[in-house]
Design a protein around this ligand. Structure first.
Ligand SMILES: [Zn+2]
Length: 258
């Protein structure tokens, strides 16, 4: 499996992805926003885009579909709940489905609702294309068709079952801003503070690829069991400790205003 992470360089800080079968050069474009960039990257690598997968229905994750389809005839795959917004879907996919690309690439579909109710992530070996569900050092917001409690359940079930070794490929590059929030909520997290210092001048195309193990150390939304994080969103002194879900929802509300 080969992955190209494409930095779009737009104000929304999107990443587009091509994931290719090494044996055939057939590739899937994930969340194409800039069709020209995706096509140029495929041409440079000698790959042929045969599939498009949209992790969800927001315009900045689907706007490049038409251009890629016009140039390649690729088939479009997405969750059935995204169909009306995306328009043309050739195959509706859901949790546990497999998308085969070429002869050697298998993508596993994970239903990960929360950012929107139609959201899916893709797992290809040790890579996780996480769309707008999991960002580096943060999680997706829920104000455009999503639901924070549903997002919490996705993390507590689907993501909790994934191993530390999984490399995370998110839909946007928000690392510095997310880390700033994480450090603000958990000043005692020295790993997060050191990473924030280290990436002071590193962003966009140069942003590091982190693993889920890294995220479990620096991403405050994955650290709802940390006493410092829980205490920071706690209720009145003497009240019962907040549950993991309450901490997560409080963090999401704080991040929305941060
Ligand atoms: Zn989105």
């Amino acid at each position: 499996m080969l992955i190209e992470r494409i930095w779009v360089g737009n104000p929304g800080r999107n990443f587009n992805y091509l994931v290719a079968c090494e044996a055939t050069g057939n590739a899937v474009a994930v969340d194409p926003l800039d069709a020209g960039l995706c096509l140029a990257t495929a041409a440079r690598r000698g790959w042929r885009i045969t599939h498009i997968v949209n992790t969800h229905e927001h315009n900045d994750h689907i706007a490049g579909n038409a251009g890629v389809v016009a140039a390649t005839g690729a088939s479009v795959l997405a969750h059935s709940r995204a169909a009306t917004r995306i328009g043309r879907i050739d195959r509706e996919v859901g949790h546990g489905d497999t998308v085969a690309v070429g002869t050697s690439l298998q993508l596993e579909v994970l239903a990960t609702p929360g950012h929107t109710l139609a959201h899916i992530c893709l797992r290809a070996g040790d890579a996780l294309l996480s769309g707008d569900t999991l960002f580096n050092a943060g999680v997706g917001k829920c104000s455009k068709g999503g639901d924070p409690a549903t997002l919490y359940e996705t993390f507590a079930t689907v993501f909790a079952a994934l191993p530390d070794s999984v490399r995370v490929y998110p839909g946007h590059e928000y690392l510095r801003r997310n880390l700033s929030f994480a450090v603000d909520r958990e000043p005692g997290n020295t790993r997060a503070r050191r990473m924030l210092e280290r990436i002071e001048n590193i962003e966009g195309a140069a942003a590091p690829v982190l693993t889920l193990g890294d995220e479990r150390e620096i991403n405050v939304f994955l650290r709802v069991d940390s006493p410092e994080v829980a205490a920071g969103v706690g209720g009145a002194p003497g009240s019962a400790p907040a549950t993991a879900k309450e901490v997560f929802l409080a963090l999401r509300r704080l991040r929305d205003r941060w």
